[in-house]
Design a protein around this ligand. Structure first.
Ligand SMILES: CC(C)(COP(=O)(O)OP(=O)(O)OC[C@H]1O[C@@H](n2cnc3c(N)ncnc32)[C@H](O)[C@@H]1OP(=O)(O)O)[C@@H](O)C(=O)NCCC(=O)NCCS
Length: 199
């Protein structure tokens, strides 16, 4: 992709993509806005200790508004932040981001979170797939993520997105690396299939 058709920070801050959850409900994936901070803060009681641990890889207390604002008042040159809005009420139920150290950096680190009661509706997959896809237009050719070894859903999700995906053990966690130079190709990169247990 040439620099002229690269997604700019201004365009990234306007991302708004309609989709559907696996239960058929309408979903909107849009760029994070500063006004989302209080809504996100109010969601923390709806997130289990386990989910928080899988996201932050350590025990965390409920954050302050100022801490949440680090995720919502962002510079879209280095921080591609998206939220998931579910149903006709557009309830914010998840958020994710890819960050890079500087605007010209081609490696970005992904993290994401869905509130527990909205998990397993295909929203995590939509969010992660959209983040990676938009990040490619934004100049990211490699997406990395540190994943807890007990986070099977996240590891399976990464392995089934249709990208070349490498997973290496790194000091107690898995470092996932997705080759994001090309759009997903499920024939070249089929989802990992579990070998059926022999009878
Ligand atoms: C990981 C996470 C984002 C997945 O979100 P989600 O909305 O539940 O994901 P989806 O519904 O799109 O499901 C993705 C895949 O994981 C599987 N999955 C999701 N939750 C699962 C669970 N608890 N047990 C087993 N499989 C699960 C789904 O079956 C699905 O696979 P499929 O599409 O092949 O059927 C969500 O569980 C979460 O926020 N976890 C806590 C935070 C976290 O782990 N963040 C990632 C840090 S890098």
């Amino acid at each position: 992709m040439t620099n002229s058709n690269r997604l700019t920070a201004e365009q990234a801050a306007q991302i708004s993509i309609p989709a559907h959850a696996t239960d058929g409900e309408a979903v909107l994936i849009r760029a994070t806005r500063p006004q989302d901070a209080e809504t996100i803060l109010d969601l923390y009681p709806e997130i289990s200790t386990r989910s928080l641990y899988m996201r932050f890889l350590r025990v965390i207390d409920k954050p302050t508004l100022k801490q949440v604002q680090r995720y919502t008042n962002v510079d879209f040159d280095i921080h591609l932040g998206l939220v998931v809005l579910y149903g006709p009420e557009q309830k914010l139920c998840g958020a994710g981001r890819i960050i890079r150290t500087k605007p010209e950096e081609s490696i970005g680190e992904l993290s994401c979170m869905m509130i527990d009661k909205m998990q397993r509706k295909g929203l995590g997959r939509l969010l992660v797939a959209t983040l990676i896809d938009q990040a490619r237009a934004w100049g990211i050719t490699e997406v990395v993520a540190l994943v807890h070894p007990q986070n099977g859903p996240m590891l399976r999700l990464f392995k089934s997105l249709g990208y070349p995906c490498q997973i290496v053990w790194e000091e107690g966690d898995y470092m996932v690396s997705i080759d994001n130079r090309l759009p997903p190709d499920f024939e070249l990169n089929p989802p990992y299939q579990k070998t059926p247990a022999s009878a």
